[in-house]
Design a binder for this molecule. Structure first.
Ligand SMILES: [Zn+2]
Length: 121
């Protein structure tokens, strides 16, 4: 009798191990995907934080027109912390410091906000 229940317990613990292993395997696949999507969102927000003052506040405050050079320090004044942010994955953004230039681009994630505008059209 005692041997029988012991075997049952063994079977149960085997099942638990299998279930846990499957869950761990699923997490291992899903977590990096979610993490990647989150970092991509952070990156996009940071690009927008840079691009917004480049498009309106700085040119308006300084009466600049398309093609005029932008001062990164003036753009940074409109960004929280006063610093031009970087991609959460590390690289510095590729930014053309001119009024009316293409939006800043992430070397890691690509043209996150440029693509958005294409979608709107
Ligand atoms: Zn990025």
């Amino acid at each position: 009798m005692s041997g029988h229940t012991g075997e049952d317990r063994m079977k149960k613990s085997k099942w638990i191990i299998i279930v846990v292993a499957v869950m761990v395997a699923l997490m291992a696949v899903v977590m990096p995907l979610r993490r990647g999507a989150r970092l991509r969102n952070i990156c996009e927000n940071r690009l927008r934080q840079i691009y917004a003052p480049m498009r309106c506040c700085v040119p308006m405050a300084n009466r600049l027109t398309d093609g005029d050079p932008l001062d990164p320090r003036q753009v940074a004044e409109f960004i929280r912390g006063g610093v031009i942010p970087r991609c959460p994955c590390g690289p510095e953004y590729e930014i053309v410091w001119k009024v009316g230039a293409a939006p800043p681009r992430c070397p890691y994630h690509g043209d996150l906000i440029g693509k958005d505008e294409e979608k709107e059209h």
